[in-house]
Design a protein around this ligand. Sequence first.
Ligand code: FES
Length: 120
Amino acid sequence: MAVSGIGVTPIMAMAQAAQRAGRVEVVPMEEVGLLDLDAVVAAARAGRQVYSCGPAALRAAGHEVASSCEQGVCGLCETRVLDGVPDHRDMLLSDSERAQGNVMMLCVSRALTPTLTLDL
Ligand code: FES
């Protein structure tokens, strides 16, 4: 008998276990809609990290964000980085471009610094 699953399955189980332990708060968009990201960040305690993925969060905050694949392969969401260090997770940028950190793909990349300032 073969058993298989998609990659996100164990991640959600781990996030739910961390939530039961009081270490994280999971706010599923399909249950509560998009976060009011400005309000969540403004109300965050020192040391708290807010993770909101993808262009949808930026659109909810009122920014126009172009995207297509949302998998880091087409380059449509490439955005200039004004300050901070991106955690590149796309399949497009060269090692040199990653090291420079001047642009990032919004759909998949993250921040390695507490804040990241983007030219939206
Ligand atoms: S939408 Fe295609 S790389 Fe971001």
